[in-house]
Design a protein around this ligand. Structure first.
Ligand code: PLP
Length: 417
């Protein structure tokens, strides 16, 4: 792998001085997303899977700049809601000849408003694809006059991922039961839908250490393509390409994953599609946060910062560990102190890390949390009436404000008196 596009960007690879300057200019807490790194991640993945369509799972980060950068690079966009479909189509305008052809909506127990909106958008973007995970959804699309491109999401009975909450493959909520998929494909084709593909997603965080679940899922999908009563244009094996969160974790060996995928899929007369989310954006983002409190206790040194579980939910939700770095100019010269980094939210789950050996903290220090580009801002909330932070993008060396910081007025803007 060329060093010009390393397989991973670690937190230490970010320029501390630049990050401190960004924090000074745009305040804290602040998300920073480097679009060059997003593009690099796309290029590396596309190179490993030269015959596949890459559909970015927008749920990882729907920032317009990210969607447009990936669209310009050639990616399609996989969407989890009508809102994401609208944002994807918007970002692809002027980027793709036919934005609809790049967009795939994966309907998971879709609310009526989602189906209404997507069918309306389909009237203008007839090349978009809807993926259904229940026979019921086919009926509801038919009721709305939809007879466009249809993909069937299959429950492959195989789950994988870094946490029980992200293993979707074997969860009955997702996809039609494997043994009913061929009947649904035939039925939908008989009813006039343009049946184009099958889809499955094992979960998030597939690791290079164990590709057995991945192989099994892909192999089951290969069998299904061969058994399909309808000629399929594509077989979509979902996302879940893991990234190293810990300093000692290795990056995913993409060539090994690609080879395992090809082997497990076998000969199929259908194009492969993949839906990476995290892999494309995680290490392109950091979260900057100010230290506002340093408290010595018998148990630990408590470091209070101005970002919390409302800014970055993953540690509280998934026990995820995001590396933390103190960006102070003299950080390297300070003693190392075991510390707990915690936010301002009135919840005991509001902790970014415990027993962390980091430079002795001082009020006013700026900390950076790594791998914050995926499922960071997307999962942010206004709980405790905390306005969501701003996002700055770096593009070809230049920084620009991509999303302003919310204000307290924003919190009440929708209230009716
Ligand atoms: N595709 C589907 C259907 C998903 O549900 C998800 C994540 O939940 C993804 C793709 C992307 O997963 P990841 O970000 O782990 O690549």
């Amino acid at each position: 792998m060329s060093t010009a596009n390393p397989a991973v960007r670690r937190l230490d690879d970010w320029d501390a001085e630049r990050l401190r300057a960004l924090r000074d200019e745009y305040d804290s807490p602040l998300y920073v997303l480097d679009l060059n790194r997003v593009r690099e991640n796309y290029r590396r993945l596309a190179r490993a899977f030269p015959d596949a369509d890459v559909r970015y799972a927008a749920k990882a980060n729907t920032l317009r700049h990210a969607l447009a950068a990936l669209g310009e690079s050639g990616a399609g966009i996989e969407c989890a809601s009508a809102g994401e479909v609208a944002r994807a189509l918007d970002a692809l305008r002027g980027v793709a000849d036919d934005p609809g052809a790049r967009v795939q909506y994966t309907a998971v127990n879709p609310p009526d408003v989602d189906l209404d909106t997507v069918v309306e958008l389909w009237n203008d973007f007839s090349a978009l694809t809807v993926t259904v995970g229940a026979e019921d959804t086919v009926d509801r699309l038919e009721e709305r006059g939809y007879d466009g491109r249809l993909c069937v999401r299959v429950n492959p009975g195989v789950g994988a991922g870094h946490h029980e909450k992200v293993r979707t493959g074997a969860n009955a909520k997702f996809g039609v039961p494997y043994d009913r998929a061929t009947d649904l494909l035939a039925d939908a084709a008989d009813r006039g839908f343009d049946v184009v593909g099958i889809h499955a997603h094992a979960g998030s965080g597939i690791s290079g250490d164990d590709l057995s679940a991945h192989r099994e899922l892909v192999s089951r999908m290969g069998d299904l393509v061969r058994d399909s009563p309808v000629d399929l244009e594509f077989v979509d094996i979902g996302g879940g390409f893991g990234v190293p969160y810990g300093p000692d974790e290795n990056p995913l060996d993409l060539d090994a994953v690609a080879e395992a995928t090809r082997e497990a899929l076998g000969d199929v007369d259908a194009r492969l599609a993949i839906e990476p989310g995290r892999y494309l954006v995680a290490d392109a983002g950091v979260l900057l946060t100010d230290v506002n409190t340093v408290k010595e206790t018998a148990a630990t040194t408590v470091v209070g910062v101005d970002a919390g579980m409302t800014t970055l939910l993953r540690p509280a939700m998934y026990d995820a560990s995001h590396r933390i770095r103190n960006l102070a100019t003299d950080a390297d010269g300070r003693d190392t102190v075991s510390q707990t980094v915690t936010g301002p939210i009135c919840e005991s789950a509001d902790v970014f890390g415990s027993d962390l050996d980091l430079p002795a903290p001082e009020r006013g220090d700026v900390l950076a949390l790594g791998n914050a580009g995926a499922y960071g801002y997307e999962m942010a909330s206004q709980y405790n009436s905390r306005p969501r932070p701003a996002t700055v993008v770096l593009d070809r060396g230049e920084a620009c404000l991509a999303r302003r910081r919310e204000t307290v007025d924003d919190l009440t803007r929708l209230e009716e008196l």
